[in-house]
Design a protein around this ligand. Structure first.
Ligand code: DC
Length: 231
């Protein structure tokens, strides 16, 4: 039986990737790594330093210089992990509407992606990792032991994101969240560099009608049955 050591989870925003990834990693005792955080950190740094979002070369240079660390949570405020950029805690700053609005164009830059992928492969080198993103099964870890692609309707994903923002006490408008999610889906799946899509050997799970327990039951079944690439 193949040992499932490297697990890739991809899918669009709010498809359940980070919740499932974290629960699964905890259950297996593996490292949980959410790669979206890295694109968000670069976006935050560009906004913070005044590097124009359209300045592809400038943003790519920033991606190469920025020291991004993802560490266990340092505060009990609902965070899954602590994100540091050059030592500064930016865990919540990377979730602001300003970052949401600029992260898709920035993550479409090939120079930015090259740098992020290089760092992500290094993190996954030792195995025992659940890596979550958009291109993990297709580009970052094409030899992952198990590839899962989570999907859900855009309306359901916008509803989840809206509920999360409300739960954090933010005043959130469902229509605006839906419009922003449609825009990001469009950019993420139509970009030339590593567009969002399921790897050919990924197991696609539609989570529209499933709660988190339902999704986890499916994922655990996949691991137990070991529906792994190459089997
Ligand atoms: O998963 P998220 O919403 O935090 O991702 C933020 C953005 O980063 C999203 O617009 C797509 C991009 N992203 C990517 O292009 N590749 C990844 N592996 C992860 C995220």
């Amino acid at each position: 039986m193949t040992i499932v050591s490297t697990i890739a989870i991809d899918g669009p925003a709010a498809s359940g990737k980070s919740t499932v990834g974290e629960l699964l990693a905890r259950r297996l005792g593996y490292l949980y790594f959410d790669t979206g955080v890295m694109y968000r950190a670069v976006t935050w740094a560009a906004l913070d330093r005044g590097t124009p979002i359209e300045d592809e070369a400038g943003v790519a240079a920033l991606a190469g210089e920025l020291h991004i660390d993802v560490a266990p949570p340092t505060s009990d405020d609902g965070r899954q992990y602590t994100v540091l950029a050059d030592g500064v805690d930016i865990t919540w700053e990377i979730r602001t509407p300003a970052v949401n609005a600029s992260v898709s164009p920035i993550s479409a830059y090939p120079g930015v992606r090259r740098e992020m992928v290089r760092q992500q492969r290094r993190v996954a080198q030792g195995g025992r990792v659940v890596m979550v993103g958009r291109d993990i099964g297709t580009v970052v870890l094409p030899d992952a032991d198990l590839k899962i692609y989570l999907d859900a309707s855009v309306e359901e994903r916008a509803r989840r994101r809206w509920a999360e923002e409300r739960a954090r006490g933010e005043s959130s408008d469902y229509g605006a969240v839906l419009a922003s999610m449609r825009r990001r889906d469009e950019i993420d799946s139509s970009r030339e560099a590593s567009p969002l899509r399921a790897a050919e050997d990924a197991v696609v799970l539609d989570t529209t009608a499933l709660d988190i327990d339902g999704v986890m039951a499916e994922v655990v079944r996949l691991i137990e049955e070991c529906k792994c690439p190459g089997d």
